[in-house]
Design a protein around this ligand. Sequence first.
Ligand code: G6P
Length: 369
Amino acid sequence: DQIEKGGYEHFMLKEIHEQPKAITDTFRGRMLAEDNIIKMSSIELNLDKFLNANRIIIVACGTSWHAGLVGEYLFEDMARIPVEVEYASEFRYRNPIITNKDIVIAISQSGETADTLAAIKLAKSKGAFVYGICNVVGSSIARETHAGAYTHAGPEIGVASTKAFTTQITVLTLIALKLGKANGSLADHTFKNYLKKMQLIPKQVEELLNIDEHVKQISAVYKDAKNCLYLGRGFNFPVALEGALKLKEISYIHAEGYPAAEMKHGPIALIDENMPIFVIATNRGHYEKVVSNIQEIKSRAGKIIAVVTEGDTTVKEIADHVIEIPDTEEALTPLLTTIPFQLLSYHIAVMLNKNVDQPRNLAKSVTVE
Ligand code: G6P
């Protein structure tokens, strides 16, 4: 067991630290930045289907569903293809409208989730082309889909998904870029710039992991909180949802993720001096609007822990704590903003003596409805 954990105290921590390598492995053979191309035969062989699709429907559960939401923002922004993201469990029982002009993308770490598998079978029966994004090679979902891409994250043992999530986002980004280039939605120089910035991500994640001690200190301050709020906008709204899920899963603290601007329609009523609020406020994404959300929290005495772009000065003055991430394109920030939230949940769970790798009532792979 100790050898398998590679010197880390828990699989989750090991897997968090494996992300620079996992993302690099996901790029390997696909992103050829020097040649300015993305090579993915599963997309190339089916390019006509993707380019002629009316829409893409992403189906998944749990953390994979959050990756799917990031995918929605990526596909719509980069490739201008309409996207819907569905919980597989809702989709399969809703008598959904699916035609042979729809593409369904199923995302699953394990490749065994019962609801996702059933959603795939339903979509196939209605004539849709189904593409899978799985981590486990040869899994049921990998076999049931018409085509797909593996995430190459390596085995993920911790029940709370970490490297599977970031590598799912990596694959989705590669596909969105490839389709955007193919259908002319992305100008050549924009595509090239994204590839250049993508290539920096593994190093930036590695650099970001050095904030571990800082995040640990923040965790010590908030470990006894009963409720937490996570806020983000745009590409980082799904990261807020995922941050809240990570905290719930392993530390059993109630947490909710919300789009920052929706705060005023409910969650703001909860804010008082006992409420830690984690806000993603990167400098290219609706920055001023998020800053004004932060001010609203401040005026209600909420505690603000902000994830900002390095060098930020405005938020630093208002927030109780800031966590800096390296600069990148806004569309790529989920690969970075996720990391501090993973570390935070990990440290809080350890401090509360919870079973980090095998939280109560949860399973790594849910093969029943
Ligand atoms: C379980 C796991 C989650 C995972 C979800 C979907 O709930 O505990 O970590 O996100 O299933 O699993 P999948 O293997 O389909 O990604």
